[in-house]
Design a protein around this ligand. Structure first.
Ligand code: TYC
Length: 105
């Protein structure tokens, strides 16, 4: 199919490459503080679902504990959605009120 942009070289149609697709938006996965979820439980979540070292996980957890909110990682939309669900399910199973959400970067 011709869009009028084909070039003809030796009677062969050479189509221009398509314009590059936009890069997918990235999303911050955000953890919220509460008074009931144990610190150790939050650290385990950060290690298990966000592949943080114990030191990084402790730092992020304490930051959320002190500031009320904090970023666990930045991902493409589908990955961020999956991580939010994993955290919420894991916390629900343990009957902790931990909240996790996401927002575009
Ligand atoms: N504030 C909780 C406590 O004192 C710990 C905590 C940290 C809970 C981070 C949630 O996202 C959170 N046990």
């Amino acid at each position: 199919m011709s869009d009028g942009k084909d070039q003809y070289i030796d009677d062969v149609a050479v189509q221009e490459t398509r314009p590059k697709l936009q890069k997918p938006r990235l999303y911050k996965v955000i953890l919220l503080n509460d008074d009931y979820t144990p610190m150790e439980f939050v650290i385990v979540i950060l290690e298990r679902f966000f592949t943080k070292t114990r030191e990084e996980a402790t730092r992020i957890m304490l930051n959320v504990h002190q500031k009320g909110i904090g970023v666990c990682g930045v991902y493409a939309r589908e990955i961020a959605e999956m991580k939010v669900q994993q955290v919420i399910s894991f916390a629900q199973e343990a009957q902790y009120p931990l909240q996790c959400t996401m927002e575009p970067e």
